[in-house]
Design a binder for this molecule. Structure first.
Ligand SMILES: [Zn+2]
Ligand SMILES: [Zn+2]
Length: 388
């Protein structure tokens, strides 16, 4: 059996214990004192010096005294602002929940760190561990990049993984090129002029302006997006007014636009701004545009993926080619800057445990995937450094 997988299986109880501790203590955004504290403590126990380079953004180095390349292994650590309903005996003890599996990501990377530290002598370069906060709000990787996570030592390639509860344990979904969509989140405040509903000419009706803005924006998808390219525009909030006979002062619209293609994204972003501005002007109103998120699409480097897949072949995992996902992950910012690989780790529960999608309060992840993820991280790092 593959040595890392064998060792990871020996460490399985520890991986599960770490995962369950994190699962019981979810925190959100970049405010992860318990989680970050736990990770730092575990790294110290392994003899790895944790460095907090941004708020709750932790870096650890293994084999850093050597010449050679640097491989970055990334795990996100944050939970979601929701209440867990899994019914598990180790359910969340905080108002938040780990329903995206970031607790497993963190536990797998801690497992890989331990195994790589044990074999530090064999490393022909440096492994840089990146424990990232704030993925769900797309703020964590940006903060860590600005704080220099890709420098000193300079990162050559990066590996990241995400749990996938739709696929069975032992499978790894892979995608070449565009892997996850970009996400441009926006808050539009349409500012009109309130008045009595009986005399609409005395005011500027922001509901009318917002309705026109909404429909025109959707035409960007229907009429300006090439049929062979994917783009979605969703407004999850459209709010204004309090009463039947009062024209309100303003309407709030919040939404996200997602696509894969970089050029299309740039074009659509420009057109969104134009439509928002001109729709408002048409009716003598004004619309304020606030950026809520601006994550690029996540790109898996096809050549690096082939190389890494070769390294992890003897872990007996089954690779499943997958179409790109319209979900987003701020690991994308790393993939913009260094060649990267993104693995989707199968962790479907066994038997008749009901299946739920990520971000569902009832989702259950199969912990048997933990040793596999840890072994993949470790194997990719060790072999890449040996061969480059
Ligand atoms: Zn998520
Ligand atoms: Zn996630």
């Amino acid at each position: 059996m593959n040595e890392f997988l064998e060792r990871a299986n020996e460490l399985k109880d520890e991986l599960i214990e770490n995962r369950r501790y994190l699962h019981q203590h979810p925190e959100i955004r970049d405010d992860l004192p318990i989680t970050a504290g736990f990770v730092k403590e575990k790294l110290k126990e392994m003899g790895i010096e944790p460095v907090e380079i941004s708020k709750c953004g932790i870096v650890g180095l293994i084999g850093e005294k050597k010449e050679g390349k640097t491989v970055l292994l990334r795990a996100d650590m944050d939970g979601l602002d929701m209440t867990e309903e899994s019914g598990l005996p180790f359910s969340s003890k905080t108002p938040y929940a780990h329903c995206c599996g970031h607790d497993l990501h963190t536990a797998m990377l801690l497992g890989a760190a331990k195994m790589l530290k044990e074999r530090e002598d064999e490393l022909k370069g440096t492994v840089k561990l990146m424990f990232q906060p704030g993925e769900e709000y797309f703020i964590g990787s940006k903060a860590m990049i600005e704080a220099g996570v890709l420098e000193n030592p300079k990162v050559d390639v990066a590996v990241d993984m995400h749990m996938n509860a739709k696929n069975p344990v032992g499978t790894v979904a892979i995608c070449k090129g565009y892997t996850c969509a970009s996400c441009d989140g926006m808050k539009l405040t349409v500012k009109g002029k309130g008045c009595h509903g009986a005399w609409p000419h005395n005011g500027i009706d922001p509901i009318n302006v917002a309705a026109h803005t909404y429909l025109s924006l959707q035409e960007l998808i229907a009429r300006e997006t090439p049929p062979e390219l994917m783009a979605t525009l969703t407004f999850g909030q459209f709010a204004g007014g309090t009463s039947a006979n009062i024209i309100p002062e303003q309407v709030i619209m919040q939404g996200t636009m997602r696509t894969f293609d970089k050029d299309l994204r740039a074009k659509l972003k420009k057109r969104v701004h134009e439509v928002v501005e001109y729709s408002a002007k048409t009716f003598g109103a004004e619309t304020e545009y606030e950026v809520l998120s601006d994550v690029p699409s996540l790109v898996t480097d096809p050549e690096l993926l082939d190389i890494m897949n070769e390294y992890v072949k003897d872990l007996d995992v089954e690779f499943i080619p997958y179409p790109p996902s319209s979900a987003s992950d701020d690991f994308a910012r790393i993939t913009e800057l260094v060649p990267s690989v993104f693995y989707s780790i199968g962790c479907k529960p066994y038997g008749d445990v009901p299946l739920y999608p990520a971000h569902n309060p009832k989702i259950i992840f199969n912990e048997d995937a933990l040793p596999i993820g840890a072994a993949i991280h470790a194997q990719c790092a060790l072999n890449y450094l040996k061969n480059h």
